[in-house]
Design a binder for this molecule. Structure first.
Ligand code: ZN
Length: 131
């Protein structure tokens, strides 16, 4: 299922419609984040409210709709929404009664990003067949 090269690891999860919850920290040897695919069936909630000690989380809603409890607010969320939560934020996600909700959650240490995109990318050796 996983592939690895000198500077990469990949995993083929197959049909994400059937995955449920899959975490990638171990299979990809992630060093700066934890990433997971998640699904809550219609009407189902994460069974607890939680916060984090060091990690912020970004939730990318891929499909469906639901309610996000965020520090006492109950916010409707739907496909295409992206939500960032500080480590201390109390959070809990629930799928709407008629709609499962599928999302990616990315955890990274809050305050750890010092450069990104064009500020971090550099030209590298090699050329793919399509260039
Ligand atoms: Zn969390």
């Amino acid at each position: 299922m996983a592939k690895a090269g000198k500077n990469y690891r990949s995993v083929a999860t197959g049909d994400i419609q059937k995955l449920g919850r899959v975490t990638f920290h171990d299979e990809l040897d992630l060093t700066g984040s934890e990433i997971s695919f998640n699904e809550l069936p219609a009407g189902v909630s994460v069974p607890f409210v939680h916060a984090h000690q060091q990690n912020e989380e970004v939730y990318l809603i891929l499909k469906g709709k639901g309610q996000f409890f965020l520090d006492g607010d109950e916010v409707p969320v739907a496909e295409g929404d992206v939500i960032r939560v500080d480590p201390a934020g109390a959070r809990c996600l629930k799928a709407d009664a008629q709609s499962p909700i599928r999302f990616v959650c990315i955890q990274t240490r809050a305050g750890s990003l010092v450069q990104f995109t064009q500020n971090d990318g550099v030209p590298a050796e090699g050329k793919p067949s399509w260039l």
